[in-house]
Design a protein around this ligand. Sequence first.
Ligand SMILES: [Zn+2]
Length: 185
Amino acid sequence: MRDIADLVVIVWASLFGVSWLWRVTDPDPTRGRVRLSQAEISASQEREPWARAQLAQLATAAGLRSVPSFGVANAGTYYIPLRHRIQVSRAYLARLSDAELRLILAHEVGHATRRWKAFARRSPDEEVAADRVALRITGSTPDQWRYAVESTGRAEPGQIVGEDVVHRASALGLQGESCRSSVPK
Ligand SMILES: [Zn+2]
């Protein structure tokens, strides 16, 4: 009997450990998703192949040896270093323009080029580094970056406001106050 009890505890502890590890490698899986219409959900699904193709192109442009995998996030967009994976919300897939979505993906590719640095710590400087890669591989201007950031705020109202936006904007030579809005991390 004692052995069975031990076994149950060991199995439970292992399952708990694995699920905990899985969760901590995903920066923010619990944030709610915004309410989308059925048409928007369909539009987001139809856009996935395009987004995957863009991701492959951007990864090559950034000099990555392997293209990050692509997944759908509950909200926002982020890179998961341990899984080398980029997740984008259905709201972004449905509501951002091609140029905006490309810039957002390019930012995450920027994180992927600094995979283990990004894994070690998430700092405003890592965000700026990812932004610079994004501008370089898309040939975008800082103003285009600002419009994309503002669009993400409109696409997902009520998203957590990124404290680092002002820092990132001024690092790109913009007036920071003009883009204090929601921003992908
Ligand atoms: Zn970021």
